[in-house]
Write a protein that binds this ligand. Structure first.
Ligand code: BES
Ligand code: MN
Ligand code: ZN
Length: 505
């Protein structure tokens, strides 16, 4: 992990100075383990402070006591964990975020991960705490030349965090995957925030190729190769840009059983439009800068691959991203153009701003034909319409497979990155039939997210497939306990969980 928080696990103890973090359930009494650790004088002082403040220990609330009487620490922070009922379903990732939000300018932090007996304090919980802390501490501020007030709770330099708990050796083991996930989410966030003059398709491909350090096989297809293969729908989107297009294929072979290998890899495909001006069907100026994030699907896929490879996931995975820039130009694609996709199907371009489906159609077809995957999941900031339908609370889920759908929904609930299934059907499919070609790239004003998904469906054959429209969830994320940046890196945690829960053995 880059810098910020250096988190380690050991037996609970008291160290001098720094910030001490303890947990408190509703009822206001420190757990016995904590009382023993800090001693009676300090425990009494803390109980007085709790009373004087009227602190109720509601879940994720915090009370900060500077220089508490009776222990040699700079600050004691009490984190509320609520009642017994709240405790059973504690979301440790979010709780970790709450802790990281309370560190102030601390350089060393001692978290006493001890609580009431009905509270789960195992290795997995500790790993989740650590993950939440890393995610909360993240800021994309590499282009700030001065520190801002708004970034006050971002740690400066290296802050060492010790999580003290009885099951510390379990935690050390479990935290390998927590760390891998944190790095994957942060990689996705970094890619999304990076401005489009810096992160063009070639640079994006170079950064994805860095995954080779983790044992991921990388191949980068350049325009000459893409043209030879026949990805003309994808190339058409990029042809108005001064920047060259790329497709990157990443392969992780971690499966340990012949059965898993025989079933075919899991495939994840990401839309990587590094900037979407709309092309000749140009977008209005207001908010156009957000379209630097139109590669959020590709960023998620790269972050996922990072997480899986760093924790050496026991599964075979293919990740593929289509990287283009959509720009207006004398050489740009026009409304009225007809392109022949890799699949052989022809597409009439109605609106050059419906470019994501053109990119994905070719990459989906390529992955299906080349790797015979057991399933395909694509992620794309595909339509503004999904924001109208679902806001920023759920990604739109479309699928030709109920089991796959249910698994994605379950992984969404488990991680808080939730999805909501929307329909596909022949009636919607008709809306994209074209007078002049096999299909057109827009389906009119109604059901915009569905007709976009119907379009993709024409490129997946019989492969079990799911499409996640993340235009609402990937960008302009509302701030919460585990994210204070413009993009939350949505989807990495969801898909990592999906793989871990159903496909590793
Ligand atoms: N990248 C946009 C979708 C988008 C909108 C992403 C808002 C994130 C936030 C996509 O390429 C697009 O422009 N879609 C059009 C489709 C239309 C022309 C059929 C849209 O949603 O308006
Ligand atoms: Mn567009
Ligand atoms: Zn787009």
């Amino acid at each position: 992990m880059a810098e910020a928080l250096k988190i380690s696990f050991s037996a609970p103890d008291l160290s001098k100075g720094g910030t001490l973090i303890v947990f408190l359930g509703e009822g206001g009494k420190l757990p016995d383990g904590v009382k023993k650790l800090i001693g009676t004088t300090a425990a009494n002082a803390v109980h007085r402070a709790i009373e004087a403040d009227g602190f109720k220990a509601k879940p994720k609330s915090a009370l900060s006591i500077p220089a508490p009487h009776g222990i040699d620490v700079d600050r004691l922070v009490i984190i509320g964990i609520g009642s017994e009922k709240d405790r059973q379903e504690t979301d440790y990732v979010r709780l970790g975020g709450v802790i990281a939000g309370r560190l102030g300018s601390a350089r060393s932090v001692n978290v006493v991960f001890v609580g009431p007996s009905d509270w789960r304090v195992d290795g997995a919980a500790a790993s989740d705490l650590a993950l939440g802390m890393q995610l909360r501490a993240y800021r994309f501020d590499k282009y700030h030349t001065k520190k801002r007030d708004a970034d006050q709770d971002k740690p400066v330099g290296v802050v060492s965090v010790k999580i003290g708990m009885l099951a510390f050796s379990d935690a050390r083991r479990a935290s390998k995957s927590g760390e891998a996930i944190a790095e994957g989410v942060i990689l996705a966030r970094d890619l999304i925030h990076e401005p489009p003059n810096v992160l063009d398709p070639v640079e994006f491909a170079r950064r994805a190729a860095e995954l080779s350090k983790l044992g991921v096989e990388i191949s980068i297809l350049d325009e000459k190769q893409l043209s030879r293969i026949g990805m003309r729908a994808l190339l058409g989107v990029g042809q108005g840009s001064a920047k060259e297009s790329r497709v990157v294929i990443m392969r992780w072979n971690g499966a340990k059983t012949a059965k898993a290998t025989k079933a075919g890899p899991l495939a994840f495909i990401g839309k990587g439009v590094v900037f979407d001006s709309g092309g000749i069907s140009i977008k209005p100026a207001g908010g156009m800068e957000d379209m630097k994030g139109d590669m959020g699907g590709a960023a998620c896929v790269v972050g996922l691959m990072h997480a899986l490879a760093s924790r050496k996931a026991k599964v075979n995975v293919i990740c593929a991203i289509g990287l283009v820039e959509n720009m207006p130009d004398g050489n740009a694609q026009r409304p009225g153009d007809i392109v022949t996709s890799l699949s052989g199907q022809t597409i009439e371009i109605i609106n050059t701003d419906a470019e994501g489906r053109l990119v994905l159609g070719d990459v989906l077809w390529y992955v299906k034909e080349t790797f015979k995957p057991s399933l395909m999941i694509d992620l794309a900031t595909l339509t503004g319409a999904v924001l109208v339908a679902l806001g920023q609370e759920n990604a739109g889920l479309f699928s030709n497979d109920d089991t796959l759908s249910e698994r994605l929904s379950a992984a969404g609930k488990a991680t808080g990155e939730t999805v909501w299934r929307l329909p596909l059907s022949a009636a919607y499919d008709k809306m994209i039939d074209s007078k002049f070609a096999d299909m057109k790239n827009t389906g009119g004003r109604h059901a915009g997210s569905i007709t976009a998904a119907q379009f993709l469906k024409r490129f997946v054959g019989d492969t079990p497939w799911a499409h996640l429209d993340i235009a609402g969830t990937a960008l302009g994320s509302p701030e919460n306990d585990i994210n204070k940046s413009w993009s939350s890196g949505w989807g990495v945690r969801l898909l990592e969980r999906f793989v871990a829960d159903y496909y590793e053995g």
